[in-house]
Write a protein that binds this ligand. Structure first.
Ligand code: NGQ
Ligand code: ZN
Length: 460
């Protein structure tokens, strides 16, 4: 048992004063009492807010961030970026992936993400053949999450084709490809090996309608439901105009439309990007209760387009954020760019509340907590009994937060923070960041430096 005392804390009902939070030995919150006395509880140094779920990550891409910002002599695009990514991924072995992912997850924790949805598609050896342990790459990211101390929903990716209509996967994609039954068997095996892990859950990610033919999509979802009826299902969808055009040519339907027509999309699904939707698709997606997985900094970096956020929010759609390619690892920056995209498009201000008066920072933070928690399929995202004790303590000494409390602190955190305003971070009842420092920072950073040296041809 551990008891915390926060002078102010963000709960589902709004900001509470003098909150006593009792956490059991398994790391779950057992009670939250407002208006309480500190009594022997550990006093928090600033306002407490729930940690942010990061619903979309490709961990290995952290080591590629910054290497794709040079113009070539062709018209650079998402598709040329993807070729660079395929060349990069070709060199990685499990030990590299573990070192990169551990560094990434520690950066996530310092930035305020306390759980991650790892959309994991790098499965096989460099020649495309499975490792002796078929789950070796999954084990690498699981081990990295444990070393950094972040919560994880591992989403092993089904990948079979190089494009719509079952075009064969190309040489750059062969490390991703699995038969449906083999992938489901790996998920079953991983669930058995990690049955006792409270900070780990499993779901399934059909990569995209480009990479997964309809029969495989149906079989994989049914197979996953047989393993775990409530498992989260994530899919990339409608990120690029070319993808929409190819889907129309293949099926006569747009990607989001096709998926809503052919799969039982419900609250356990997460549609990642869903950038290009008609007004009708936007309303239908909102009605389905599926989560829209939004990654504004990566979507900007890759030149995707704008997700119709104002319209989706007005239709009461559910959404969360992800750092995806990790050119930025910062909840405030994702949320800020989500709102700024709409301001730039519409030449208006304060759009995330969909017309209701109130704090934009609070609407963004709370919306992403709720949708992110649902997308990761874990009891996270709230300071409430039954939730994991995943929380952030804001740094009351950060200039951006001077004199700001309640929702104004969230507005300042999202829109006015320079440097991190997060002081302490707890995951599942354990402190993993204290006064801005991660508990295993030096060791994890040293291993990451060695991995980068190895990958760039030298040994350190
Ligand atoms: C990915 N990333 O799987 O890493 C993708 C690119 C693809 C984003 N979509 C590859 N942002 O979609 O084919
Ligand atoms: Zn992605």
């Amino acid at each position: 048992m551990k008891t915390l005392f926060a002078e102010t804390a963000l709960t589902a009902a709004g900001w509470a004063r003098d909150l006593r939070i009792v956490i059991d030995d398994a790391g779950d919150i057992v009670s939250c009492e407002a208006g309480a006395a500190p009594d022997g509880a550990e006093s928090l140094a600033g306002p407490a807010i729930p940690g942010m779920p990061n619903l979309h990550s490709h961990a290995f891409q952290r080591a590629m961030a910054g290497l794709t910002e040079r113009a070539s002599d062709r018209a650079d695009s998402f598709w040329t970026w993807r070729e660079t990514m395929y060349r990069f991924v070709a060199r990685l072995e499990p030990e590299d992936v573990e070192a990169i992912a551990a560094q990434l997850y520690l950066e996530m924790l310092k930035a305020g993400y306390t759980a991650v949805g790892e959309f994991h598609y790098l499965h096989h050896g460099r020649d495309g053949r499975p490792y002796a342990d078929r789950c070796a790459m999954s084990e690498a990211v699981i081990a990295a999450a444990a070393r950094a101390g972040i919560g994880m929903t591992l989403l092993p990716v089904l990948y079979q084709a190089g494009g719509f209509g079952g075009a064969p996967a190309g040489p750059g994609q062969r490390r991703f490809v699995s038969a449906t039954d083999d992938l489901l068997a790996s998920i079953g095996e991983l669930r058995r090996r990690h049955a006792g892990s409270r900070n780990l859950r499993f779901g399934l990610a059909p990569h995209s309608l480009r990479a997964v033919p309809p029969e495989a999509l149906a079989a994989a979802v049914a197979g996953m439901r047989a393993i775990d009826a409530a498992a989260p299902i994530h899919i990339h969808i409608a990120e690029q105009i070319r993808e929409v055009e190819e889907c129309l040519a293949w099926s006569g339907r747009r990607p989001v439309e096709w998926l809503l027509d052919h799969a039982d999309v419900d609250a356990s699904w997460c549609l990642v990007h869903a950038t290009h939707m008609t007004a009708e698709e936007t309303r239908r997606l909102a009605r389905s209760r599926a989560i829209a997985g939004l990654c504004p900094t990566t979507e900007g970096n890759l030149g995707d387009g704008f997700f119709p956020f104002a319209e989706f929010a007005a239709a009461d759609g559910r959404w969360g954020i992800g750092s995806d390619s990790h050119i930025s690892v910062s909840p405030p920056e994702e949320l800020r760019w989500l709102e700024y995209g709409q301001r730039l498009l519409k030449r208006q201000r304060n759009l995330a509340t969909a017309g209701a008066p109130g704090s934009i920072g609070a609407a963004l933070w709370r919306g992403a907590l709720e949708g992110g928690a649902a997308a990761l399929g874990r009891r996270i995202g709230g300071l409430a009994p039954g939730c994991r004790a995943d929380l952030l303590v804001l740094d009351a000494a950060a200039p951006a937060l001077y004199g700001r409390s309640g929702d104004l602190a969230l507005d300042s955190l999202v829109f006015a923070g320079i440097g991190s305003a997060i002081r302490d971070v707890m995951v599942g009842g354990n402190w993993v960041v204290r006064e801005g420092h991660h508990i295993a920072e030096d060791r994890i950073a040293a291993a990451y430096r060695r991995a980068i040296a190895r990958l760039s041809g030298g040994e350190e």
